[in-house]
Design a protein around this ligand. Structure first.
Ligand SMILES: Nc1ncnc2c1ncn2[C@@H]1O[C@H](COP(=O)(O)OP(=O)(O)OP(=O)(O)O)[C@@H](O)[C@H]1O
Ligand SMILES: [Mg+2]
Length: 300
């Protein structure tokens, strides 16, 4: 009898182990051919969106699993080893609220990073993008997303050696799994970009970050920068409003009974880049289309 009980325990332990293996796919190097096949030659229809580092494509591997492939645009073939080493380091970071890397590809000029595809896309798409009208974000889910994101970021700051500063905490970098659990993406990404081609200075696409003034202007990153950005994310999550909105003077006066200097907007997050110039509200709304937040739905 005791033997039987032991046997069942073993069986159930094996099952749990099996489940975990399934949740954390093995890390590996992908061939360029395999990724071309998976994404239908990086077809435009497979494109999930475009950020400061490059474009992200949805794909399906031969085993049926869905992936998101980030095709980096800033690179040179000299840096192949450097890229491989850095991406392998990031690949070792595992936490339930961090989007883990499945692998990478470095062939010729191409540098690609492979992630699990997150069926509920980004927090941005639910707050302001294509899913915002569907009202999937109850207060309970918002709380879980806030706590989950905080735990992911805290893990990077305190449990990884050497510590990782995310540098780009924002709603488009918080992805949501099938259960709406937060998966913070792109941690330590700035480290993958060659020196002299930083994310902040090269960005023309993608969503604006919520940057502290010292990071936006002087490039000085610290854990505090992530805490600041996370604070903006919390405000966004609680209010449902965009962190950066340009409110025209007339509407402002009407809403609050006070005047505002023409062209002055509310800018909660600082940040830089071309989107900051002119018509922010219009520019941000366009992201819901095919721009920075041009995300696809599950199974598309
Ligand atoms: N693993 C993934 N699953 C589903 N969607 C993803 C995944 N990775 C990225 N995306 C989506 O693809 C789009 C493009 O992502 P990308 O990271 O390139 O841009 P971004 O987050 O707007 O800007 P940045 O380059 O500053 O991070 C975003 O809307 C993002 O949410
Ligand atoms: Mg991103």
């Amino acid at each position: 009898m005791a033997f039987r009980a032991f046997f069942y325990c073993r069986k159930s332990a094996d099952w749990v182990e099996g489940m975990e293996e399934k949740k954390v796919p093995t890390w590996r190097i992908f061939s360029l051919r395999e990724l071309y096949l998976a994404t239908n030659n990086f077809n435009y229809d497979n494109k999930l969106g475009e950020g400061g580092f490059g474009s992200v494509y949805w794909g399906q591997l031969w085993d049926g699993s869905q992936i998101a492939v980030k095709r980096l645009k800033v690179w040179s073939n000299k840096a192949e080893m450097e890229f491989a080493v850095k991406v392998e380091i990031l690949g070792r970071v595992r936490h339930e609220n961090l989007l883990s890397l499945r692998g990478y590809c470095a062939e010729g000029q191409e540098r690609l990073i492979v992630y699990d595809y997150m069926p509920n896309l980004s927090l941005l798409s639910h707050l302001h993008g294509q899913h915002s009208s569907e009202c999937h974000l109850s207060w309970e889910r918002r709380m879980r997303i806030a706590i989950g994101s905080a735990e992911g970021i805290a893990y990077l700051h305190h449990n990884v050696t050497p510590h990782i500063i995310h540098r780009d905490v924002k709603a488009s970098n918080v992805l949501l799994d099938s259960d709406f659990r937060a998966q913070v993406a792109e941690f330590g990404f700035a480290k993958l970009i060659p020196d002299g081609a930083t994310h902040v200075t090269t960005r023309v696409k993608g969503t604006l970050g919520y940057l502290t003034p010292e990071y936006a202007m002087l490039g000085k990153a610290s854990e505090g920068c992530d805490v600041y950005s996370f604070g903006i994310l919390l405000l966004e999550l609680a209010s449902g409003r965009r962190p950066i909105e340009r409110v025209d003077a007339e509407a402002e006066a009407h809403d609050h009974g006070v005047g505002a200097p023409a062209g002055q907007g509310e800018e909660a997050g600082g940040g830089g880049g071309s989107e900051a110039e002119g018509g922010l509200r219009e520019g941000r709304d366009e992201e819901g289309g095919d721009g920075g937040d041009g995300e696809r739905s599950e199974g598309a």
